[in-house]
Design a protein around this ligand. Structure first.
Ligand SMILES: *[C@@H]1O[C@H](CO)[C@@H](O)[C@H](O)[C@H]1NC(C)=O
Ligand SMILES: *[C@@H]1O[C@H](CO)[C@@H](O)[C@H](O)[C@H]1NC(C)=O
Ligand SMILES: *[C@@H]1O[C@H](CO)[C@@H](O)[C@H](O)[C@H]1NC(C)=O
Ligand SMILES: *[C@@H]1O[C@H](CO)[C@@H](O)[C@H](O)[C@H]1NC(C)=O
Ligand SMILES: *[C@@H]1O[C@H](CO)[C@@H](O)[C@H](O)[C@H]1NC(C)=O
Ligand SMILES: *[C@@H]1O[C@H](CO)[C@@H](O)[C@H](O)[C@H]1NC(C)=O
Length: 564
């Protein structure tokens, strides 16, 4: 009996084949074309704007905004230092009587407040190998700070501010976890044209000047190179995109080893033009050697100046895709159905890209955008040009500047935030502060596909159940299927991002090699999978492992990859 396992025909071992359904008479995915997904309202208020969001391996989502926003909608009875918050005017106006960070528990659908000691406004973040969130920079006293959040699952954990500080102020910087164990690089920031490592690679090390950040800085247009897009290539080099240009940086040698062609199209892609960027899924079939990025949307030239005069220029429709490895590096252009900026781009377990949130006109910054983009787009990278975009179901809730989104382990996408104002503002503005929490539920979660959905995933580690899986090693994944597997079973591993300002930092998906697929009795299937070959391909840490059967993903399971 022949089966496709990771698109490679192999013989499967049928140990006990008790039930055998004909596959063709059931629900199928090709009929899902035109399926638009659904929206769920989860909470009427998170209390705190989800300006920055990150999913932890404890199945909670950390969110925070800025302590400088003054009163949030999450009032505390006591300050984190223990003193009472009274009804007196002084306390009502005191920022420390309000939460500015929360932890959202996905299964309980509840939030709890978290303590912040300094302002993490417009900061960056990366997960370390043990699942601790390293969060970097912010504003004023927070601009050189490093904070750690160690997820604990018992509602006890909180932000811890490190005693170590950064060399430079990092406000609107981006960060990326590196192949070297638990090392993160932080790039750029407002008026900062350097990068640095956290922790440092040697004692006394400072930041490194990066002329590329000077070159790409539009001084009279708010920079247009803030929150640079960072992607770790599988050769260990760092891809940096800023404004319209991009380079490949060898961090060990502090050397630019490639300068890519400028992306076509007028306008800019980085803050405050705020397009978005994503690393397309890496694939075992080419040994993860082909690395491709996609940059979509942004603002037109002059958008910031025009917004200051209450004119909101139409954003960019164009997307560029470029393979950054190999010799031929060239942008292939495509066009979204409508112009878009301030959006997020997330990789779904199917390997398709969801483009969600944002607006059609203006740019980032307070009250600088109009014409909310209410419909998500689905982008299928495998289809031919002109057929890649599908418009999905629209929401009624505008998600403008300072909104965010992240993928959940069950396949939904959490959507939070939006506040194009310095303070929480609910009246007499075009786009009020948005505290409602939503989930976008992609079509693949529909009930009609349950029959195809793999379930009850168990990862069987060699030598115990609580250890990380070593690079390049085999591991077993057992799951349940009501019917025979389709002829297209794929296994993805997804590194959850830290999302803010339209960029999902550290987001990464790998299509893993399946060496053998065995059906057992009663619907059980066992897959022998191969862990990613190295931390260059997949930096150490927690990943969401998902079985995708004929386009229908299972709920994901956390798996940890690490150096053996
Ligand atoms: C499966 O897809 C085919 C082709 O699109 C369609 O004709 C058929 O009705 C679908 N079957 C079901 C059960 O949806
Ligand atoms: C949100 O508020 C509306 C109106 O008060 C209410 O009908 C709805 O049930 C609430 N939804 C949630 C998820 O709390
Ligand atoms: C707690 O913080 C408030 C506001 O910053 C300050 O006025 C108060 O003295 C602090 N109390 C303690 C016990 O540290
Ligand atoms: C994870 O690593 C960080 C940085 O080394 C450390 O501060 C933290 O305590 C560790 N967390 C756990 C759960 O071990
Ligand atoms: C919103 O944007 C669309 C697409 O660019 C445009 O056709 C429409 O006129 C805009 N609406 C308003 C009210 O400006
Ligand atoms: C799968 O897990 C669910 C929930 O834990 C359980 O109810 C169900 O019986 C399991 N299915 C199989 C086939 O074991």
């Amino acid at each position: 009996m022949l089966f496709l396992c990771c698109s490679k025909k192999i013989m499967i071992t049928i140990l006990f084949f008790l039930v055998c359904f004909a596959f063709s008479d059931g629900a199928n995915v090709s009929s899902s074309e035109g399926r638009k997904g659904q929206w769920q309202l989860l909470l009427n208020s998170t209390g705190v704007v989800g300006m920055h969001v990150a999913l932890t391996y404890r199945n909670t989502v950390i969110m925070f905004d800025q302590t400088g926003a003054g009163p949030s909608s999450y009032q505390l009875r006591r300050r984190f230092n223990g003193s009472m918050c009274t009804r007196r005017n002084h306390d009502l106006m005191d920022s420390s009587c309000y939460a500015h960070s929360i932890e959202y528990d996905i299964s309980a659908n509840t939030v709890r407040p978290l303590r912040l000691d300094t302002d993490p406004w417009c900061s960056s973040g990366s997960f370390l190998s043990n699942g601790t969130l390293l969060q970097i920079g912010g504003y004023e006293k927070g601009s050189k700070r490093i904070r750690l959040y160690r997820p604990c699952g018992n509602y006890q954990c909180n932000w811890i501010q490190s005693k170590k500080t950064l060399s430079d102020e990092r406000w609107y910087a981006s960060s990326q976890i590196l192949p070297e164990h638990d090392r993160v690089v932080v790039v750029g920031g407002r008026r900062v044209f350097t990068y640095e490592f956290v922790p440092k690679t040697s004692p006394g090390e400072k930041s490194f000047d990066l002329p590329f950040l000077h070159q790409t800085n539009d001084r009279n247009a708010g920079g247009n190179n803030l929150y640079p897009f960072l992607h770790l290539s599988s050769d260990g080099n760092l891809f940096i995109f800023a404004n319209r240009d991009s380079i490949l940086l060898n961090l060990r040698r502090n050397k630019v080893i490639k300068t890519f062609p400028r992306i076509p199209g007028e306008g800019s892609r980085n803050y405050p033009s705020s397009g978005s960027s994503v690393l397309l899924p890496l694939d075992h079939r080419d040994n993860f050697q082909k690395v491709e990025v996609m940059v979509c949307g942004g603002s037109s030239i002059g958008a910031l100046t025009a917004a200051g005069k209450r004119r909101f220029l139409e954003g960019l429709r164009s997307c560029g895709r470029m393979v950054i490895t190999g010799e031929k590096n060239k942008w292939d252009m495509d066009y979204m159905p409508k112009p878009r900026l301030l959006h997020d781009m997330l990789i779904l377990p199917t390997g398709n890209i969801l483009i969600i949130n944002g607006a059609k006109q203006g740019c980032a910054g307070y009250d600088n955008a109009r014409n909310a983009s209410l419909e998500p787009y689905l982008y299928n990278p495998k289809k031919s040009l002109g057929k890649r975009f599908t418009v999905l179901k629209s929401t009624k809730i505008a998600r403008m500047y300072h909104s965010s989104a992240t993928l959940l382990p069950d396949g939904r996408v959490l959507v939070a935030g939006g506040n194009p104002h310095g303070m929480y503002t609910f009246h007499n503005v075009a786009y009020p502060t948005e505290l409602r929490l939503q989930a976008f539920v992609p079509h693949y979660m529909e009930r009609r596909y349950h029959i195809m959905r793999p379930s009850n995933l168990t990862i069987e580690y060699r030598g115990g159940s609580h250890h990380a899986i070593g690079y390049g090693t085999e591991f077993r994944l057992r799951f349940f299927l009501e019917r025979r597997p389709s002829n297209d079973v794929a296994f993805s591993a997804y590194a959850p991002p830290f999302t803010t300002h339209s960029f999902a930092m550290n987001q990464r998906m790998l299509n893993l090699r399946c060496k053998r697929l065995e059906t057992r009795g009663g619907g059980w299937v066992v897959a022998m999978l191969e862990a990613p070959p190295s931390p260059h391909v997949a930096p150490s840490g927690y990943y969401l492992l998902t079985v995708v059967n004929g386009g229908i993903p299972s709920m994901s399971q956390w798996v940890q990859f690490a150096q053996a």
